[in-house]
Design a protein around this ligand. Structure first.
Ligand code: MIC
Ligand code: SF4
Length: 647
């Protein structure tokens, strides 16, 4: 029987475990990617493990999220990241060089390899035919320390692409269509593998747009074949030597198959406040827009910006609409400057930002009160833009540029003759903003600003959990709800006590005070609890505030693992209707947690209502060990003490 691309990638990195979906599998990691947002905490944990040098073939750190320096904190974080990179053998992409996923695709991604990254959009590199998975900081620290990555083997969904894209329809519309069909939880426990004749019409950056937003499906990863288009892109980046072909075998089998005829697609838009709330642009056309943002790791390539410039050339943005453009990388910015596209954007009234995440994560350019913003980014969660009552829409670059001109949501097909911008045959290559670590970094002094705090210690698992339900939330709670990002909060990513003050602040601003007053407690959630960003601060902060268990209907993969990594017990309702019986403020208790970790089942008592609930605690073998130890860092220390090898 033949193999899918996913099976080939997984088998070529196999260390131990099982290929049966849902069972534990450990793979050897080739590369790691670490942006500043999660990076400081990942390195604080790496330092705590005590390994003198990273053990993977290539580790890269990026200064890309925290580039707004309104206080000393972000600048200090970047100095720390630069120093730990040199000390431990990590490449460091300096602020100004671009967004991690864009730069990684340009300069480091390689077909056939396995990349682990602390940012949920790490699967962008799957557009290059590599396995790319997102994790929390401590998992990355462990991978950098040489430990294979252990996770439940996902099922594989094949997306069969037929035909080719009609004029004015973009790669973004392909992934919006997948989101429309599968929804934000439709990818949970799966890797999405693209194939079929339609693949050939998509360039590597376009494939990257699609694999990038696989994160919004909740998928473990997304991957494209490595083919002639991959070779072309690598050669144009001066990296033809890393090309290897990678295709699914004709007789490969899949757990699920989805077919998309590209020629039937039309421009699509995701309405507020979820990326799967997708309708054709024509159905929502005419909606007035206060802002249009072109950028983010989803759509900020050279071709993306050049297409926007070609649409805007010689025209002016609408009077009541602000157009903001952030190039994905220094390479992109340099090339649009050289080609004249940048001048066209500026002449059209675009506000040009530095090559960084910026507005995507609410760092600058928050819309006006109650405003509407059309963005080429990947998430439109409530409040993420920095304006709580803003409405954010997601669409392609073509739709965004067309709409910037009219000031209203506009179907780009109304623009007439299609534009064509080919992928360049040679990109501008200048890696001087990526610092290569010295062969021996042991003498490097690490600068630690006053905001950089080591992690508070976490005790091992307690035998009993008892506490108040501090908060009860509904379905699809995102990590942006649990731990908001944005310009005000992100500077505290290296300071757990300080960032904890913002925990759940957008859901209930009394949460922090109540959690402190109660000395901790529990949180009750609905389905897909913790979807979205991989930020482990959404587990670190509750842990710091004494949350010892979460009780939910189901969890998003990365957040569930982050909870376990921080020693928070992720309990699951056996009877979903029991969720309705619990109210915020109820007192819950459970005994025999060690036995429950083994058996996977627990009885929880609602002391307030005098009721008992049957609760599940499904755990893989390594997860049991992590929970017992009180989290991944404690576990790593135990392993090292016992002289157990990581490899
Ligand atoms: C995001 O898009 O939400 C972020 C900021 O890139 C996060 C990373 C973080 O919060 O540390 C992500 O996607 O994982
Ligand atoms: Fe940066 Fe936005 Fe991409 Fe996250 S989704 S990495 S914030 S550009």
């Amino acid at each position: 029987m033949g193999y899918s691309i996913v099976e080939k990638l997984v088998r070529s990195h196999f260390v131990e475990g099982s290929f049966t979906p849902g069972e534990e599998l450990a793979l050897k990691v080739d590369q790691t990617l670490n942006p500043d947002s999660a990076g400081t905490m990942a390195f604080i944990q790496f330092e705590a493990i005590g390994i003198p040098r990273v053990q993977v073939n290539l580790a890269v750190s990026y200064a890309d999220h925290q580039t707004l320096q309104v206080g000393f904190e972000n600048a200090d974080d970047h100095l720390y990241l630069q120093d730990v990179a040199a000390r431990f053998g990590v490449h460091f992409s300096r602020a100004g060089n671009g967004i991690c996923h864009q730069v990684h695709l340009e300069r480091f991604a390689a077909p056939g390899k396995f990349l682990l990254g602390t940012d949920s959009h790490t699967p962008t590199a799957g557009g290059m035919g590599m396995l790319a998975i997102a994790v929390g900081g401590v998992d990355l620290a462990l991978a950098m320390a040489g430990r294979p990555f252990t996770f439940p083997m996902p099922r594989v969904t094949r997306v069969e692409l037929k035909g080719s894209l009609p004029p004015w329809v973009a790669a973004k519309d392909v992934i919006l269509e997948v989101l429309r069909r599968l929804t934000c939880s439709g990818g949970v426990g799966k890797i999405i593998e693209y194939g079929g004749p339609g693949v050939a019409c998509l360039s590597v950056p376009e494939r990257g747009t699609i694999t990038n937003m696989g994160a919004e499906l909740g998928a473990t990863s997304s991957v494209f074949p490595s083919d002639g288009r991959t070779r072309e892109f690598l050669e144009a980046q001066g990296r033809g030597d890393v090309f290897v072909p990678l295709q699914a075998d004709d007789d490969a089998t899949y757990d699920e198959v989805l077919e998309i005829d590209l020629s039937t697609l039309e421009p699509l838009v995701a309405l507020p406040h979820f990326p799967d709330n997708v309708v054709p642009v024509r159905e929502a056309a005419g909606l007035p827009l206060n802002q249009v943002f072109i950028g983010s790791c989803t759509n900020s390539s050279y071709v993306d910006l050049s297409r926007a410039a070609a649409i805007l050339k010689g025209k002016l943005v609408a009077e009541n609409t602000s157009l903001v453009v952030a190039p994905g990388s220094r390479q992109v910015l340099h090339m649009v400057a050289q080609s004249g596209a940048l001048a066209d954007l500026i002449a059209a009234g675009a506000r040009i930002l530095e090559s960084a995440c910026g507005p995507c994560i609410g760092i600058g350019q928050s819309p006006c009160s109650g405003g509407t913003s059309l963005r080429t980014s990947n998430r439109n969660f409530e409040g993420r833009s920095g304006t709580k009552d803003a409405k954010v829409f997601l669409a392609s670059v073509e739709t965004a540029a067309a709409s910037a001109l009219t000031g209203r949501l506009t179907d780009p097909r109304t623009l007439g003759n299609p534009i064509s911008v080919p992928v360049p045959s040679r990109f501008h290559i200048d890696d001087r903003m990526i610092l290569v670590p010295p062969a021996d970094g042991s003498g490097i002094e690490i600068r630690r600003g006053p905001n950089i705090r080591s992690l508070p210690p976490f005790p091992p698992l307690a035998e009993t959990v008892r506490g108040e339900v501090l908060l009860k939330v509904g379905d699809n709670i995102t990590t942006d709800h649990i731990m908001p990002a944005g310009a005000k909060v992100m500077p505290y990513r290296s300071n757990v006590p300080a960032i904890s003050r913002f925990c759940f602040a957008t859901v209930d601003e009394t949460f922090y005070d109540r959690a402190v007053a109660a000395g901790g407690g529990l949180v009750v959630g609905g389905c897909n609890y913790g979807q979205g960003s991989s930020r482990e601060h959404a587990a670190l902060a509750p842990r710091h505030l004494g949350v010892r268990a979460v009780l939910a209907k189901s969890y998003a993969r990365i957040h569930r693992k982050n909870l376990i990594n921080m020693g928070i017990v992720p309990l699951v309702f056996d009877e979903e209707s029991d969720y309705d019986r619990i109210e915020q403020g109820d007192f819950l208790s459970a005994e025999g947690l060690y036995a429950a970790v083994e058996a996977g089942i627990l009885l929880v008592r609602n002391e307030t209502r005098n009721e008992m609930y049957r609760i599940r605690l499904p755990l893989l073998p390594l997860e049991k060990e992590l929970l017992r130890a009180g989290g991944a860092l404690n576990h790593a220390r135990i392993c090292l003490r016992e002289r157990e090898r990581f490899k």
